[in-house]
Ligand binder design. Structure first.
Ligand code: NAD
Length: 490
C-alpha cells in the first residue's frame, strides 16, 4: 500500500530511491505551482544534489493556490512528500526514480498565513514558480504588468487576505523588510522569454501599488534570474499509474512522467545564495537570452506548428505528427527557414544537431504527449513562442508562410470541430471569444486576427494577412494535410 513505505524507501528491482536521510533537510526554496514540470525539473535537480550529499538546507516547500491543487496536497500528504519520476525511454522502457526533495507542502486557501510566514522565514532564500504562462497577470501584447487583472485587484483591496502568488509573496517580503530578514530571489521557471524580467515587472508592480517604499525595496533588493527550462513533461495518465503498479509494485497516487532529455540554463543572479546547481548539470551563464530564444522558438513554437495542423489532420499525439514524413519536413523547414534566422549565436550549441534532436524527441512514442496538452492555453502562449518570430521576419522582410499557416491552423481549430466534424474541446481562457470570431471567418477571413489582445495589429500587415488568408482558404477547401504538403513542396 502507499504508506507501507518499503518500495518507496528501500527500492525494488529497477526503482531508484533517495539514498539520503530525509530527516533534517530544511526548507530553503518555496515553490508555487507543484505540477508535472516542477516535479520533473527543479525538484529533480535538488534531489540530485541531495543524493550527492549537498543542499541539505535547500529542501523544497511546495505551495498550491488554486482549488485544483488540493489533490496534490492530499497525495503528497499520504506519501510523505515522495513521488515517482518516471523517465520514458524511446524503446518503451521506464526508468522510475523516487524523488525526496519536496519536504513540505502547503495549500494556501486553507492557511494563507502559514504560507506567508514560510516565505518570511529567514531559512527561505528562493521563491520559485511554475504557475504557467497565463499565471503572470501580464498584458499579452505589451508584456507589461496588468493591474486590472481580477486576482491582482482583489489582493490589492484594503484589508484583503492575499490569495494570489503575488499577494502572498509581497506580504511576506513586506514582513522580511520590516523584520530586517533581508531579500530573497524570485526564480521563475515558466516558459517565457525573459521569465525573470516578467516576474520582476509583476512583483515590483504589485508591491509598488501596495506601498511605494516597499515597491522600491523589492526593485532594489530582490533578484529575478532569467532561465531557460526544458524537459517535455506530459500530463500523467491513468495508464502511467497502472504501469508503475504492474511493473514495479509502486502505488503512487500522482507520479510524473517525462522524457529522458533535460536542460536548465540559468542566470547567476541570487540575492540570498543558491544551491550549487551546476554540480547537478545546470548551465549557469551570464546571458541566458540566446538559449531562451533557441528553446522557445525551436521547441515551443514548433510544438505550435504541429499542434493545430496535426490535430486537424487526424493525429492526437505529438509523436504521430513528428513521425509523419511530410509533417516532419514541414517542421524542419519552419525551424530552418523561419525560426533560425531570428536566433542569436548560442554558445556551445550546434543548432543543426539541436534541431535534429528535437524532431527525435518529438517522435519518442514512449512519451505519448497529447496534442491537446500542447494546444492548451494557446492565447497565452502563441504570443510568447510563435508571434515574436513572425514579427521579426515581417520587419526583416523574411519568410512567414509557414507561421501564417500555423496561425490559420489555430483559427481553424478554434472553430471547434475537426475535419471529420468531431467536436474539439477548447481549453483556453479566451475560448468563447475566439470561437465566436473563428465561426465568422468563412465569410470574413481576417475575423480571428481581430482578437487584438492576442495579435495586436497583425491583421493590418498586408503580407501576413495575404499569407494567412491563403492558408485558411486551403484549410477550408482541402484540409490540413493538403496545406502542409503544399508548403513542403512549394
Ligand atoms: P501542470 O498543469 O501540471 O501544473 C501547473 C501548476 O501551476 C498547478 O499547480 C497549478 O495550480 C498552477 N497554476 C496554474 N495557474 C496558476 C496561477 N494563476 N497561479 C498560481 N498557480 C497556478 O503544468 P506543468 O506541466 O507543470 O507546466 C507548468 C509550467 O511549467 C508551464 O506552463 C510552463 O511554463 C513550464 N514548463 C512546462 C513544461 C512541460 O513540458 N510540461 C516544460 C517546460 C516548462
Amino acid at each position: 500500500s502507499l504508506d507501507s513505505g518499503t518500495v518507496w524507501t528501500q527500492g525494488a528491482e529497477g526503482v531508484d530511491v533517495p539514498g539520503y536521510d530525509r530527516s533534517g533537510i530544511t526548507t530553503g526554496i518555496v515553490h508555487f505551482g507543484v505540477g508535472g514540470f516542477h516535479r520533473a525539473h527543479l525538484a529533480m535537480y535538488v534531489d540530485a544534489l541531495l543524493t550527492a550529499g549537498q543542499a541539505r538546507d535547500w529542501g523544497i516547500c511546495g505551495v498550491g493556490v488554486l482549488d485544483g491543487d488540493r489533490r496534490m496536497q492530499k497525495v503528497l500528504g499520504e506519501q510523505d512528500g515522495l513521488y515517482t519520476l518516471v523517465r520514458k525511454e524511446a524503446d518503451g522502457s521506464l526508468a522510475p526514480r523516487v524523488i525526496g526533495s519536496l519536504v513540505e507542502y502547503l495549500f494556501a486557501p486553507d492557511d494563507p498565513e502559514k504560507v506567508i510566514e514560510k516565505i518570511a522565514d529567514p531559512a527561505t532564500r528562493i521563491v520559485s514558480l511554475t504557475i504557467t504562462e497565463g499565471g503572470y497577470a501580464i498584458d499579452q501584447v505589451t508584456g507589461e504588468f496588468d493591474p486590472e487583472d481580477p486576482g491582482i485587484r482583489a489582493d490589492l483591496a484594503p484589508g484583503a487576505t492575499p490569495s494570489t502568488v503575488f499577494g502572498l509573496v509581497v506580504e511576506a517580503l513586506a514582513r522580511r523588510r520590516e523584520r530586517g530578514t533581508g531579500p530573497l530571489t524570485i526564480m521563475s521557471c515558466d516558459n517565457m522569454q525573459g521569465n525573470g524580467d516578467t516576474a520582476r515587472r509583476v512583483f515590483t508592480g504589485f508591491a509598488a501599488l501596495r506601498d511605494g517604499d516597499l515597491g522600491a525595496w523589492v526593485a532594489d533588493t530582490v533578484t529575478f534570474p532569467n532561465s531557460m527550462v526544458d524537459r517535455i513533461t506530459p500530463a500523467t495518465a491513468d495508464t502511467d499509474r497502472e504501469a508503475l503498479a504492474e511493473r514495479f509494485s509502486l502505488r503512487d497516487g500522482w507520479p510524473v512522467v517525462c522524457e529522458p532529455f533535460t536542460q536548465w540554463v540559468l542566470e547567476d543572479h541570487f540575492a540570498a545564495g543558491r544551491p550549487p546547481f551546476e554540480e547537478a548539470g545546470v548551465q549557469v551563464v551570464d546571458d541566458v537570452v540566446p538559449y531562451e530564444l533557441m528553446k522557445l522558438r525551436l521547441l515551443n513554437a514548433t510544438h505550435q506548428a504541429l499542434g493545430y495542423l496535426g490535430y486537424l489532420a487526424g493525429f492526437r499525439y505529438v509523436h504521430e505528427v513528428a513521425q509523419d514524413p511530410t509533417f516532419a519536413r514541414f517542421l524542419r523547414d519552419y525551424m530552418d527557414l523561419e525560426a533560425t534566422p531570428t536566433l542569436r549565436p548560442v554558445p556551445g550549441i550546434d543548432l543543426g544537431e539541436y534541431k535534429a534532436t528535437l524532431i527525435e524527441r518529438f517522435a519518442n512514442p514512449g512519451v505519448a504527449d497529447t496534442l491537446k496538452r500542447i494546444n492548451f492555453g494557446s492565447s497565452d502562449r502563441i504570443s510568447l513562442f510563435l508571434l515574436p518570430v513572425v514579427r521579426q521576419q515581417l520587419a526583416d522582410g523574411g519568410p512567414i508562410d509557414r507561421a501564417a499557416a500555423v496561425v490559420a491552423g489555430w483559427a481553424r481549430y478554434a472553430e471547434g470541430t475537426d475535419e471529420q466534424h468531431e467536436a474539439i474541446e477548447q481549453q483556453d481562457r479566451l475560448a468563447e471569444q475566439l470561437t465566436e470570431l473563428a465561426l465568422r471567418q468563412r465569410e470574413e477571413p481576417l475575423a480571428f486576427l481581430g482578437a487584438t489582445s492576442v495579435f495586436g495589429n497583425l491583421a493590418s500587415d498586408e503580407r501576413f494577412a495575404a499569407a494567412y488568408t491563403r492558408a485558411l482558404e486551403t484549410l477550408h477547401r482541402d484540409g490540413a494535410r493538403a496545406l502542409v504538403t503544399s508548403l513542403v513542396d512549394g
